[in-house]
Ligand binder design. Structure first.
Ligand SMILES: [Zn+2]
Length: 277
């Protein structure tokens, strides 16, 4: 894999009782950061993996029934904490972002899409088709807010599953292949079905040689993965397939047990975020 420059950023967070997110958890509220990946590619410019929360999330959840989304997972976004604002402080203009890779369409992952007018989008066909097929209430029940998509979204969307398959380095075993999204074997979209039908993670090699696997919501915390604690029945109701979730989860456990050479990054793991900084 071609090494690339990578940063992990946090665009807001939400709160959730631990006992819902993880079997055997406490009643105490857990902080769920909304983590996003920023890749600086020498030829392809700036590439994002998810966008976290943004002001658009609050607009989209203003009306009923979408407002219920805020009650179930109360979000916090500090001033200047949106991804577009953080990138601007790093000298990266919104229109310098050329690609946004969407792990899945839940509101806390796509709320910033409208902030990047020059980006092309990548997602799996399965997740996009599901979003289009569902009713307004069906989407809300699945954590999706179609109002977060830019008006010209369809003309800027590419399906990851149509990209050529590429082999992953042995470090990622048992994940052996992915979608060669940029056509240069620098980043691989890796199917992680279950949380959503077509959820996609991202595997790549950082400039310092470290392998990184952004696994979105395939597990919510490293602790849950290491201690083999699946989400509770109530949280699993939101998943597209509990069986696929369990299979993906156990493959991730196999990866974690077999190597320390891959940094596994769940989108909402506070410990991962603290360690990363
Ligand atoms: Zn999420």
């Amino acid at each position: 894999m071609k090494p690339i420059k990578f940063h992990l950023l946090k665009a807001g967070h939400c709160a959730h009782p631990e006992c819902v997110a993880m079997r055997g958890g406490r009643w105490a509220s857990l902080r769920f950061p909304a983590l996003c990946g920023v890749i600086e590619h020498p030829q392809r410019g700036v590439i994002l993996f998810d966008t976290g929360y943004s002001s658009h999330f609050f607009d989209a959840t203003q009306p009923f029934p979408e407002r219920a989304y805020r009650w179930v997972t109360p979000p916090t976004l500090a001033p200047g904490e949106s991804l577009v604002a953080q990138l601007a402080r790093r000298g990266i203009a919104a229109d310098a972002v050329r690609h946004v890779i969407i792990s899945h369409y839940h509101g806390d992952h796509v709320a910033g899409l409208k902030d990047f007018p020059a980006a092309r989008f990548w997602s799996t066909r399965a997740d996009f088709d599901a979003l289009r097929r569902r009713t307004r209430l069906g989407n809300l029940f699945h954590g999706c807010l179609p109002a977060l998509l830019p008006a010209d979204f369809m003309t800027r969307l590419d399906f990851a599953d149509q990209a050529k398959r590429m082999a992953l380095p042995r470090e990622f075993h048992p994940f052996d292949s992915g979608f060669d999204l940029l056509g240069d074997a620098s980043v691989a979209g890796v199917p992680l079905p279950g949380h959503s039908d077509g959820q996609m993670g991202l595997a790549f090699c950082r400039a310092d040689g470290r392998h990184v696997f952004l696994v979105a919501d395939a597990c919510w915390t490293r602790e849950a993965l290491d201690q083999h604690r699946l989400p509770t029945w109530i949280a699993s109701r939101l998943f597209d397939s509990q069986r696929d979730y369990a299979t993906t989860f156990s493959r991730l456990r196999q990866l974690a047990a077999g190597t320390t050479e891959v940094a596994i990054v769940p989108s909402h793991c506070e410990q991962t975020w603290e360690d990363w900084q």
